[in-house]
Design a protein around this ligand. Structure first.
Ligand code: ADE
Length: 229
């Protein structure tokens, strides 16, 4: 029987998911809380990792290796890189990179370390499924590259560099590390983000204003994905 990990980074990102589950069992493990439930007959494990690549690596690994999840869906918010994207828009990651990974001093491209890859591709079947879910919901969803780094980007120059270097549509702080974990452990993954800000000088204000509403938009979509899996 399949067991689905549903992950966010912040409490606001998983609160609407827990609300949908109704009742769940809480387990403390490795400094975090994991919420286990049966949702419409499917076993799910929900958690928020805390912000950043290290915590999200720990949580994704724990959900797979300790709780036995065999599929992972991530729901949360992101800064827009593409000028087409506005607050509340949804972005499905086609592939993910780490924009702050830099050993260019040794002649490697940004985002690359030996035996790694600049981009990790998300599961194609779940991306296909997301199109079906989007049309059922009457929503338009953008597919694009998501760039991840341990930085809250609130700087037009950095944002434009990320666009030019990785051709990213959106940026955030966890997707790239979750992608590396799932890829290494052969677990299909899907990363969805709703835009909270434009990663510019107003980003922190916009983030505070729209975190909750954008997190709800993303969570609703992800739960509709779970319904279809
Ligand atoms: N998540 C949402 N907005 C972000 C930003 N501007 N930088 C990094 N992560 C984010």
């Amino acid at each position: 029987m399949q067991k689905i990990a549903i992950m966010g980074a912040m409490p606001e990102e998983v609160a609407p998911i827990l609300e949908k589950l109704g009742s769940y069992k809480t387990t403390e493990y490795a400094g975090n809380k994991y919420y286990e439930a049966s949702y419409k007959g499917i076993e799910v494990v929900v958690a928020y990792s805390k912000i950043g690549k290290v915590f999200s690596t720990l949580t994704a690994t724990t959900m797979i290796e300790h709780f036995g999840c065999d599929r992972l869906l991530f729901s949360g918010v992101a800064g827009a890189v593409s000028p087409e994207l506005k607050v509340g828009d949804l972005v499905v990651a086609t592939k993910l990179s780490q924009h702050d990974l830099d050993i260019t001093a040794f002649g490697h491209p940004y985002g690359f370390v030996p035996e790694g890859a600049v981009f990790v591709e998300a599961d194609k079947d779940m991306i296909e499924l997301s199109k079906k879910v989007a049309s059922k919901m009457g929503k338009s969803v953008k597919e694009g590259i998501i760039a991840t780094g341990d930085q809250f980007v609130a700087n037009e120059e950095r944002k434009n560099w990320i666009l030019e270097t990785f051709d990213a549509s959106a940026l955030e702080m966890e997707g790239g590390s979750v992608a590396v974990v799932c890829n290494a452990l052969n677990v299909p993954f899907f990363i969805l983000r709703s835009i909270s800000d434009a990663a510019d000088m107003d980003a922190s204000f916009s983030f505070d204003e729209f975190l909750e509403s954008s997190a709800i938009i993303s969570a609703e979509f992800v739960m509709n994905m779970v319904d279809e899996i």
